[in-house]
Every structure is written in C-alpha cells, then in structure tokens.
Design a protein around this ligand. Structure first.
Ligand SMILES: O=C(O)C1=C[C@@H](OP(=O)(O)O)[C@@H](O)[C@H](O)C1
Ligand SMILES: C=C(OP(=O)(O)O)C(=O)O
Length: 452
C-alpha cells in the first residue's frame, strides 16, 4: 500500500484570489532532505538534522533507512536524530521497500544497496511504477549488482548488491542528478575510484554533501564544461549537524502566484539558491518579474536568501534549453506564468519532463488548454501564447486530472487563483509528497492580502 492510496481522492476548486501578501516560509529542500537521511544513516554515530522536509517522499527514504538498520527518529518539527550504521554495514530489509511516489528515493537507494551484500525489493505507487529505472540499472549492473525488474526496467524490482562492487567510469547518457547520485553512492562502498562524467551539469547536492561528510570526492571541470566527479571507496562518513535550506522548487509556486496576482507583495523566506537549482528565478526576471533577493547568506553549505516578489507584467521569451536541468521541476509552474505573459513563450529540450511523476508536457498542455490558455504541445516542449496579463478563463466542467503528480496539482492550483472562474483539480493528496503545508500557506497569504 502506498502512502495515500488508503483514503479517497480529495478534489478542490482553487478560486480567483486577491493579492498575496506577508511572509511565507517554505519547507526544507526535498533533494537535500533525502540525502541528509541517507548519508547520516551511513555515518557511524549520532547526527542531527533540522529543517527536514517531512513530505511523504522523504518519509519513504527514512523508513527504508530504518529497515536497513539505521536509527532514524523525529524529535520535533523538522528535527531529526539519526544513528548511522557505517558504510558497508546496511542490513537486508525484512520487507519490500515502499518508495511511494518518489523517484529520488528509489534511484538513490538502489545505488546505496548496489554495493552492499544484501537484497531488496522496491515497490511504488502507480506513477512511480511507470517510470524508467533502466537508467540506474545499467550503471549499477556494470558495478556488479544484479537486478530483476518488471518489463521495461520498471518497479517492482529486486536488486541484489555486489560485494565487493567493481569501480566504473560512467558517462551519463541523460542529464540526471538521480543517476549521477546513484553511481556515486554505490561508489562509497566500492574499493577504488568510481567516476561519473557529467556533460551537462545537474544539481550538485550529492557532491557538496558527500564532501561535507568527509568522503574523498574530487570534481574536475573540462574546458567544454563537462564535470568529472570521482569518489574513492571504501569511504568513511563522519556524523554531522545539518540545517536543510528551504526548497526553491516549492518556493516557485509562491513566486509565480505573487508575480501574477495584481497587488501582490510577498516575501518567501529561506529559499535555497544553489545555481544548479535556481534558473527559474532568472527566467522569470528575464520575463520582467520583480524578484529581489534579501539577506543572502549560507545555510548548510548552500546559498540562501529571502525572496521579495511583487506583482509584475510578464513578457513571453524563448527559454534557453541549456538551463533546463537547473529548473527541471519548475516547468509546470513556468507554463502557468507563460500563459498570462504578453506574447509567446517557447520551451524546448524538455524530453525528461515526459518521464517524471506524469508526462508533464502532455498533462500541462491539456490542463492549461482546458482552462482557456493557448498552448501547442511539441515533442520536447510547449509553445504558449499568453493572455497579456488578463486572467485565464478558468476550468470548464471537468476537474483537472493530476495523475498522482504533486507539481501538476500545485501549478494548476496557482492557475486557479489567476483565473476568472476558478479551477478544480481532481486530487490534492499528491501535494503532500513534497509540500504538505502548501494549501495552508497559500490560503494564509491570500487572507493576509484581503485584510491588508
Ligand atoms: O536528485 C534529485 O534529488 C532530483 C533530481 C531530478 O530528477 P532527475 O535526476 O531524474 O532529473 C529532479 O527531477 C527530482 O525532483 C530530484
Ligand atoms: C521529479 C520529482 O521527484 P522524484 O523524481 O523524486 O519523484 C519532483 O519532485 O518533481
């Protein structure tokens, strides 16, 4: 059973809204939270984590690490205490690992287990069971792991780790931080040097954090921008005190909502601005958005600032496909912004969006068109002709189908705020995978705007 399959679907109509005002604080970064639980579980001794995202995806990672012997305990809101077992000492889980909706949990944990002498079964919900795992099965098999997967390299699958695993030099055939991280994590318990060659840079939290935990990790930059990342095993990780910065992918929904709703002036606190994550904010600025960074600082080795966002008329642009990996999860909400910009926004190079929790190109094209936007779906992107600031018409008779995809649900919720008649989405439950407080924060910022 997956995290939210037990209860009924939870539809909601998101209604047109007045300005968003005040301050909101988004929860901890999902990518960093997963890695914080995994790496502290591998460090011998006691680590503390604060600001952990307590979304279903991260809880799935925590449950898996517990099932493999780590002590992972919640001590307060976002506060966690972890006693790790040591690299090489993961225990064989007694039951299948339920990954719920989470691609990151699945692919990174496959990497960890691949170099341990244990076996694990991975299962997930309907969305995750359609996603491709061949991209991690391939390099992990080269390292000696044995994988029996459902046809097409999908879940459910059984992975038997290799001991000792074989170090490899692997060139990423797809720009994916999950594949990169899976190989590096497998490298932790592999004698010798495991190298990932990354032609297109993707989020670098694994590299930053592995170094912070004391792993021997080296990154070389080639003249054409290719990154060559090498980790030496068998590594020993030291326990840490970790503060997780706020998630820019969650902040994105509030940034776009405030830009689009007239009269808004909203500050989003504690937003992680790692350059491998923050391209959406640059793209929105290029479109004319007023997004000001306040109190730039460092949190847990990552750049962070508060973002003050004021309503701004937006202009359509051609989005450089080169920035796609640095905003890969933000395209659904960018499409909503584009639907209300003046003129045409063109996106391309987005094939990866078709293999996320849903086919985000097809699903967003359908959802926006059903809400009155002018959208053309191309093979690797969307072309959107915006309204020039006018509100979208809003939903017709049918609710928007979210396909178990949190980012579709939150993007169309924001579209509802900037519509004339509101937009109903079929199920808000997937939102809890990455942003359990989304609805409360959105309702709160709207109420602040009404009373101002
Ligand atoms: O490494 C990570 O934490 C993630 C990498 C990205 O996936 P891909 O590696 O599949 O691009 C992203 O979409 C996902 O939300 C989180
Ligand atoms: C793609 C996403 O996550 P994952 O791959 O971990 O399911 C996401 O959060 O948008």
């Amino acid at each position: 059973m997956t995290a939210h399959s037990a209860d009924a679907m939870r539809p909601r109509r998101f209604l047109p809204n007045g300005p968003l005002r005040g301050r909101v604080r988004v929860p901890g970064d999902k990518s960093i939270s997963h890695r914080a639980i995994m790496l502290t579980s591998l460090a011998v001794g006691e680590s503390r984590i604060s600001g952990l995202l307590e979304g279903e995806d991260v809880l799935a990672t925590a449950a898996a690490m517990r099932a493999m012997g780590a002590q992972v305990e919640r001590t307060g809101s976002g506060e966690w205490l972890v006693h790790g077992v040591g690299v090489g000492a993961l225990l064989q889980p007694g039951q299948a690992l339920d990954m719920g909706n989470s691609g990151t949990s699945t692919r990174l944990l496959m990497g960890l287990i691949a170099s341990h002498p244990i076996q694990a079964t991975f299962v997930g919900d309907g969305s995750l069971s359609r996603r491709p795992m061949g991209r991690v099965i391939e390099p992990l098999s080269l390292m000696g792991a044995d994988v029996t997967a459902t046809v097409g390299g999908r879940l459910p699958l059984i992975l038997r780790g290799a001991s000792p695993a074989v170090p490899i030099r692997y060139r990423l055939p797809v720009a994916s931080a999950q594949v990169k991280s899976a190989v590096l994590l497998a490298g932790l318990n592999t004698p010798g040097e495991t190298t990932v060659v990354e032609p297109v840079p993707t989020r670098d939290h694994s590299e930053r954090m592995l170094r912070g935990f004391g792993a021997e990790l080296n990154v070389e930059l080639e003249p054409d921008g290719t990154r060559v990342i090498t980790v030496r095993g068998e590594a020993e990780l030291r326990p840490q005190v970790i503060e997780v910065p706020g998630d820019p992918s969650s902040a994105a929904f509030f940034v776009v909502a405030a830009l689009l709703v007239e009269g808004s002036d909203l500050t989003i606190e504690n937003v992680g601005l790692n350059p491998t994550r923050a391209a959406l904010f640059d793209v929105l600025r290029q479109m004319g958005g007023s997004i000001e960074e306040v109190a730039r600082r460092d949190v847990g080795g990552e750049p962070v600032a508060d973002l003050r966002v004021r309503h701004s008329p937006l202009r359509g642009i051609e989005v450089d496909p080169g920035v796609a990996p640095s905003m890969i999860d933000e395209f659904p909400i960018l499409f909503v912004a584009a639907a209300m910009a003046e003129g045409r926004t063109t996106t391309s190079g987005l094939d990866e969006l078709r293999v996320k929790e849903s086919d985000r190109l097809a699903v967003m094209a359908t959802a926006l068109a059903a809400s009155g936007a002018r959208v053309e779906e191309r093979e690797d992107g969307l072309v959107i002709d915006g309204t020039g600031g006018e509100r979208l018409r809003g939903g017709a008779n049918h609710p928007i189908t979210t396909h178990l995809d949190h980012r579709i649900a939150m993007s169309m919720a924001v579209a509802g705020l900037v519509s004339r008649s509101g937009i109903e989405i079929d199920d808000t439950r997937p939102i809890a995978t990455s942003f359990p407080t989304f609805e409360a924060l959105l309702d709160g910022a709207a109420a602040e705007g009404t009373s101002a």
